[in-house]
Design a protein around this ligand. Structure first.
Ligand code: HEM
Length: 150
């Protein structure tokens, strides 16, 4: 179960990241309709990641289970701290910014304001995802593609 959820979480990140880049580009240059569709895809992919991530965090991950037993020690270990605090906080931030962005866009009638709000929120979420990702080569790095489901 752990490796299945981890693999799906690992793969869906590419949908979330691609949607973040595409939504930001569309907000900068594309039509409102296209931007809105890509923004919706980004929000759905981030919500799926949040759900899978919380299952890992609260139930399946050996890193977080161990950290919950001794939180203070976990914060002193860079790898544990990454999973327990840094990854989770940046990614939750991205989820909140994208949801908040949709509300902010609904709250204004002016097309220019809508566009600015979309650009800012999509760009912040995309940069947050990039910063919070366990890129290979980092001390807590993970593979770019994970295939094993069992
Ligand atoms: C929003 C709440 C999120 C939480 C609570 C969360 C939590 C976690 C946890 C606990 C792990 C597993 C550590 C382990 O046991 O190995 C993990 C791995 C990972 N997460 Fe998240 N995550 C979240 C969102 C995201 C998002 C939005 C992305 C990317 C768009 C993402 C990308 C990854 C990647 C790439 C891994 C490593 C997967 C692998 O080992 O192949 N996470 N996450």
């Amino acid at each position: 179960m752990y490796s299945t959820i981890l693999t799906i979480h690992s793969l869906v990140r590419w949908i979330a990241l691609a949607a973040g880049v595409a939504a930001t580009m569309a907000a900068l240059t594309g039509s409102d309709k296209r931007t809105d569709r890509l923004g919706l895809l980004l929000m759905i992919a981030l919500d799926v990641q949040m759900l899978l991530g919380l299952i890992l965090y609260l139930v399946l991950s050996p890193y977080t289970s161990q950290a919950i037993e001794d939180f203070r020690a976990a914060l002193q270990n860079p790898q544990m701290r990454f999973w327990v605090v840094e990854h989770t906080a940046t990614m939750l931030g991205a989820v909140i910014v994208v949801h908040g962005g949709r509300v902010l866009v609904l709250k204004t009638e002016a097309a220019a304001d809508k566009r600015t709000r979309r650009i800012v929120c999509f760009a912040i979420a995309t940069v947050g995802m990039i910063l919070g990702m366990p890129w290979p080569g980092l001390p807590y790095g993970r593979p770019l593609i994970r295939w094993s489901l069992g």
